[in-house]
Design a protein around this ligand. Structure first.
Ligand SMILES: Nc1ncnc2c1ncn2[C@@H]1O[C@H](COP(=O)(O)OP(=O)(O)OP(=O)(O)O)[C@@H](O)[C@H]1O
Length: 246
């Protein structure tokens, strides 16, 4: 279980981005949503160790990881997929999957991971992770990497970004498979109703604070509120977050 106790984060020039965030993540799927600039990505980076919190404590299965490095957290069983995928120049896709899995992944295994994320494996296995890959391809490769790692806590920052042509059902199936394999928790930052729809718990972050959290059945109807059914869910959710105040 991941536990955040009164976590705060300020930038070097004293801008407060997160304020007094307390949260537990022990459910299968936990979704973090809220308006742009609310602090979701910052929270994910604080959890993953990319940013150090300036106050509060973070515990993973009771172990205080507040001041641990990214590598130490990863070794304890945490994976993080960025909103903007990173490029690893000089490294091939199959090498990245082997590194992620912590073993020499066979071509068949690597191909299976790539197929899971909707990529035609043989076209990608030997590709270098450089600018020749599109944002959407990199995003899928990054999701395949988290799948290969199979850790007890996987964090995804807007996994839907850049993969519009790939069916959401596939993305959701990947999350479900990941859960079956790891029995861990999957923390997903998303604005997408279809992703929020699979969440066991939804957390709404606004102005750097938790505005609302609870089971999906309690939070989602309020988020959708007076949403126009013909509008894309992503913009609806972003706009309607105001509606859950209370
Ligand atoms: N290093 C930084 N220095 C100054 N401001 C920052 C820094 N990092 C983030 N911010 C600001 O903190 C706020 C929260 O940013 P964050 O990226 O966490 O929001 P978000 O909820 O993930 O947004 P989005 O939905 O647009 O991805 C924003 O106003 C952002 O401009």
């Amino acid at each position: 279980m991941l536990e955040l106790r009164n976590v705060g984060y300020e930038t070097d020039d004293n801008k407060e981005i997160l304020h007094d965030v307390s949260l537990t993540v022990q459910e299968r799927f936990v979704a973090i949503t809220g308006p742009n600039g609310g602090g979701k990505s910052t929270l994910a980076k604080v959890i993953a160790g990319i940013y150090q919190p300036t106050s509060g404590q973070i515990l993973l299965d009771g172990v205080d990881i507040t001041h641990m490095s990214i590598t130490e957290r990863a070794n304890l069983g945490m994976s993080y997929a960025f909103q903007q995928p990173v490029r690893f120049k000089g490294l091939q896709v199959k090498d990245l999957l082997s590194l992620a899995a912590g073993k020499n992944t066979s071509v068949t295994e690597a191909c299976n991971y790539l197929s899971e994320v909707g990529l035609c494996a043989r076209d990608y296995i030997d590709r270098e992770l450089n600018d020749s890959l599109s944002g959407g391809e990199l995003k899928r490769i990054e999701i395949a990497m988290v799948l290969a790692r199979g850790t007890k806590l996987s964090i995804f920052d807007e996994p839907e970004a850049g993969i519009d042509l790939w069916s959401f059902q596939n993305l959701i199936r990947v999350f479900e498979k990941m859960y079956e394999q790891t029995r861990g928790s999957i923390l997903i930052i998303s604005h997408q109703e279809r992703i929020l729809n699979i969440a066991d718990k939804i957390v709404v972050i606004k102005d750097g604070q938790i505005q609302k959290e609870g089971p999906r059945a309690e939070i989602l109807p309020a988020l959708l509120g007076s949403a126009d059914a013909s509008s894309p869910a992503c913009s609806v959710l972003t706009d309607k977050v105001e509606g859950v105040r209370g």
